[in-house]
Design a binder for this molecule. Structure first.
Ligand SMILES: Nc1ncnc2c1ncn2[C@@H]1O[C@H](COP(=O)(O)OP(=O)(O)OP(=O)(O)O)[C@@H](O)[C@H]1O
Length: 232
């Protein structure tokens, strides 16, 4: 059975600067189906962050096409693009990026600020997301009163709260010790098993090997992709 394509890249390039131009992506094509769990792996400078920014519509490609849920990102205005980003993409970063003055619950609810969801609904969905990451009992805490692993769970709940089509995780275990990192990886697997489509960037081949599909980048090109476009 072939499922729905949530992300499609076709011959995407990204060139930074002019003197000299730095080609960060040199014709990247692949697609991701709903429910996939994909690692994008490669050494430093291979283009992983650039690819994440392009997929996340934070940067426009120099050429090529990025389709999210069938919509060609290049055809959208900046305003439409921010709405698409707010509704369809959940970001998880290595450095959590939590608001320290706000509670855990507020941090998660704020993930819906730009998606046009009313406050009461934001908090209801935040509580639901916190339950999914096993942190309901920390909802009223401030981020500085919880552990690093719990902070990353908050960041993941924040990314999930709007039930985005794609969760993009950039080295989500990069700031954690190995045990805590393993528990975050277990959570990522759990969330994927529950239906989330997750694309994780890592330079760590060992971590990538734990994921069902690996797309390997080198010098801005895909050098291998263990998925063949078939949907799970
Ligand atoms: N804003 C920028 N301006 C100019 N060059 C850039 C910019 N961002 C990235 N690059 C260059 O593009 C190439 C790819 O960088 P990118 O950050 O995407 O790689 P990466 O695989 O994420 O590396 P790392 O694992 O070290 O974060 C590198 O040669 C980098 O120097």
């Amino acid at each position: 059975m072939s499922g729905e394509t949530v992300l499609e890249l076709d011959a995407v390039t990204k060139v930074y600067g002019e003197q000299p131009p730095v080609p960060a992506l040199r014709g990247v094509s692949f697609s991701v189906g709903r429910g996939e769990l994909v690692a994008i792996v490669g050494p430093s400078g291979s283009g992983k962050s650039t690819l994440l920014h392009v997929i996340g519509t934070l940067e426009r490609p120099s050429s090529g096409v990025v389709r999210i849920g069938g919509a060609d990102a290049a055809r959208l205005t900046d305003r439409e693009l921010s709405l698409l980003r707010a509704r369809e993409i959940g970001f998880v970063f290595q450095q959590f990026f939590l608001a320290e003055h706000a509670t855990v619950r507020e941090n998660v609810a704020d993930g819906l600020l730009y998606a046009g969801v009313r406050a009461a609904e934001r908090y209801r969905l935040a509580d639901e997301a916190l339950e999914r990451v096993g942190l309901s009992d920390r909802a009223t805490f401030k981020p500085n009163k919880i552990s690093g692993g719990q902070r990353q769970r908050v960041a993941i709940a924040r990314a999930l709260v709007g039930r985005p089509a794609i969760v993009l995780a950039d080295e989500p275990t990069g700031n954690l010790d190995s045990t805590t990192g393993a528990s975050i990886m277990a959570l990522i697997h759990e969330l994927n098993a529950a239906g989330s489509t997750i694309i994780m960037i890592t330079h760590d081949a060992g971590l990538a090997d734990q994921l069902p599909r690996r797309i390997r980048l080198l010098d801005g090109r895909v050098v291998s992709d263990t998925g063949d476009g078939e949907r799970p």
